[in-house]
Every structure is written in C-alpha cells, then in structure tokens.
Ligand binder design. Structure first.
Ligand code: V55
Length: 408
C-alpha cells in the first residue's frame, strides 16, 4: 500500500506559499517530471500537475466529485457552486447560466462593456503612462460584472477591494501537521469583505424579493422557484462570493496577462493591434500561458482509485493545478513562452466536465471587448521598461501591476 509519505517528494517540504505565489513554475515543472501526483503535507492534499491527469479527473465527476478547498470553504461557507454536486449543483447551474449563455451574452455584452471601457479610456488617454491593471483592466472587469449582477451603486474601488480580500483569504491554504489552518489571521480580510457584502446586499435582496428587476441576482432569487417563493440567502450568498472573487478578478487577469504576453513578442503585439480579429487567439494563448485560475479546483475520490502510476485511497483530496497543466511540456512546445502562433491544443483554463466554468463565453467576450477598445484608443501602447512585469499568485495568477506608456 502506498502511503502519503511515499508520494511526498522530500524537497516539497521546503517550498513556501510565498515562493509559489511569486513563481510556481519551477516547482510545478519538477512536480510534472518527478511526481505528477504528489502529496503536499502543507496543503493537506495531493497536487495533480500534468495536463492529462487533470483532464481525466476533471471529466470524471462520477468518481471525482467537486469539493471546495479547505481555505475556500472557510472563505465562502457551505453551498458555493464550485463545491456542490448532483441535484444541488444542477439547480445552481440553472440559477447562474441564463445570463451567461452565449445567446444571452450576445444580446447585451457590447452595450454593457463598450461604454465602460470608453469612459475609462477617456479618463486616461491624455496621461501617457499608467498601471493598466489598476487604471483599466480591473475597473472595466468589475464595473461590467457589477452592473450585470445588480450592484451599479458599488464603486469600482470597493469591488476591487472585495475580490482582493476574498482572493487572499481563499488561497490562505497553509495547514499544520494536525490539519489546522496555519495562518488563521489570513482569513480576516475575507471575513471583513463578507460582512460588507452582506450589509450592502441584504437591503437589495429585501427589495428584489418584492420587486424583481433584470439584474442577475434578482433572477437568482426568483428563477425556477415555485410561485411566491425565492431562494434563501443561505443559497445565494456563497455563490455571490464566488462571483465577487473569480468572476470579478479573472477577466482582469486575462486582459493584463494577454498584454504582458504580447509585450514579450513585440512583433505579435503589432500584428494584433493592426488586426483586432486576432484578439480571440491572442487572449486564448494568454490564458493558456498563465491561467488566471492557476490552482484552485479540488476534487475528492469516491473510492480507492488509480491516478497515473499510483493508487490513492477513498476520500483523497486532489488539487487540479490547471496553470501547471497548461504549461505541460508533453502537451505544448516551449510552454512557458507566449506564442500567438502556437499549434492548437486544448487547455484547462476554464476547467472541464460538469464544473467547467459557466462564465467561459462571458469572460472571453469581456476581455476581447476591453482589449479591442484599448488598442483602438491607444494603438501606440508600449511596455514601460522602467518597471518589472511582476506576476503574482498561486491560486489566482496575473500581473500585479502592468506599467505602460504611450505618446500623447
Ligand atoms: C473558482 C472560481 C471562482 C472562485 C473561486 O475554482 C474558485 C474555481 C469563478 O469564481 O471565486
């Protein structure tokens, strides 16, 4: 019988969260080569790092139901869609999907995103030097989704603060050998954000219960419910947190990552600015290169199960590191390079199987429209070489800041 110790590479004990957050690539390259199924005591779970194993597990929800990570569950509470299964998951998908179906998105996405993008561009186009993450990517991402959800009166800065606090809390994953959280204070930001979110949303929910409108959360309350009933706040809130974290933060990561990738290949940057029809390909490659949700999806084995060369006992937790899968050298040539022209090969940016991201089409459209508007308004954008391009994050990853300049 294999034990967790047998599956723990000795060197993994020296790896710190800070190291992974700065740059997970070297650690994961070694995991893919030496231990594609590795038990990591600091996380209390197995890390799956290769593309094929991540794909197999993501698709097999019968043997591998979803579960939320310990730190994720501590941050969101019970009932977040990413950790539900069966009829409960089906109901939550039916709750969130109406606004996210491609046919629905196509009816509203230009009217939603273009004016937001243009207003931000008017505010910055005469400056000539900004951190484009703080001044454009994040504001456009959060304003668009905030308006869609029914939070037009919550400021961009507040929405950015909330996703950031939820994000650091969700990824506060270090465990002690006894299976306790190693840094309990790391959840305080998430607790603060949740308290503010509830204080802001409770009165809105009171109103939507009696006066439904077109906002997504109003529909979440009413859609598919028997006449006169609404979904309870206990059902709604954990899923609001899912949206206020990943759905707010990741389109911004994808925008900035794609730009950073294009800046690493100036000729490719030029081609995309000259021909915006290349943007979907450029964005797809950006999100493959550095997956915005880098390492957050967790599954649990229903019974003893073989994964690659090893057998795991029932109830084993596995973390599918999609950012690592997307950099698997057995699937992609020179995976750590951004390349607009690389051969097509499926990636795991949006996961797979029944839990595949419900926002895939929406997010891709937001990122595309934001970059179309940006490159149209400021075609002579350049990387500000006086700043480093500083990617950050293990659970969620993207450029922390991206300083750009242009001639005004
Ligand atoms: C995930 C997605 C989220 C989130 C936290 O694992 C984790 C995926 C879309 O939002 O907030």
């Amino acid at each position: 019988m294999t034990t967790t110790e047998d599956l723990t590479p000795a060197w993994i004990n020296d790896v710190t969260m800070e190291q992974l957050e700065r740059n997970p690539n070297e650690v994961y390259q070694r995991l893919r080569a030496e231990a594609p199924v590795a038990y990591v005591p600091q996380l209390g779970l197995y890390i799956i790092s290769t593309r094929d194993l991540c794909m197999d597990i993501a698709k097999d929800s019968a043997h591998w139901p979803a579960v939320i990570s310990p730190a994720g569950g501590r941050t969101f509470g019970e009932g977040a869609i990413i950790g539900t299964n069966g009829p409960q998951h089906k109901d939550l998908r039916s709750m969130v999907e109406p606004h996210l179906r491609p046919q629905a998105v196509d009816t509203y996405i230009d009217d939603l995103v273009r004016p937001i993008a243009r207003a931000r561009l008017e505010a910055i186009e005469d400056i000539g030097a900004v951190d484009i993450v703080a001044e454009y990517c994040e504001p456009v991402s959060v304003r668009a989704l905030g308006d869609l959800l029914g939070l037009p009166d919550v400021s961009e800065d507040k929405l950015r603060e909330w996703f950031h606090k939820l994000s650091v809390s969700f990824t506060n994953a270090d465990m002690t050998p006894d299976g306790e959280f190693a840094n309990p204070d790391g959840f305080i930001p998430g607790d603060e954000a949740r308290a503010e979110i509830i204080a802001m949303l409770d009165p809105k929910i009171d109103k939507w219960i009696v006066e439904p409108d077109d906002s997504a959360v109003s529909h979440w309350l009413h859609d598919g419910m028997p006449e006169g009933e609404t979904r309870s706040r206990e059902v709604i809130y954990p899923n609001i947190y899912v949206f206020l974290l990943g759905a707010m933060q990741e389109p911004a990561h994808a925008m900035a990552t794609t730009m950073a990738g294009l800046f690493s290949k100036p000729d490719q940057f030029e081609r995309v600015v000259d021909d915006p029809s290349l943007l979907p390909r450029a964005i797809n490659e950006g999100m493959r290169w550095v997956a915005p949700i880098w390492s957050a999806a967790v599954k649990v084995a229903t019974s003893e199960v073989t994964v690659g060369d090893v057998t795991l006992p029932a109830n084993s937790l596995v973390m599918l590191s999609y950012g690592s899968a997307n950099n698997d050298e057995n699937a992609y040539e020179a995976p750590t390079q951004y390349d607009l022209d690389r051969a097509v090969s499926p990636n795991l940016t949006f996961g797979g199987g029944v839990h595949a991201c419900a926002g895939t089409y929406y997010a891709s459209a937001v990122v595309r429209i934001a970059l179309e508007e940006l490159f149209d308004a400021i075609p002579n954008l350049e990387l500000d070489e006086t700043h480093d391009v500083d990617f950050w994050g293990w659970g969620f990853r993207g450029p922390k800041e991206l300083h750009v300049t242009w001639e005004v």
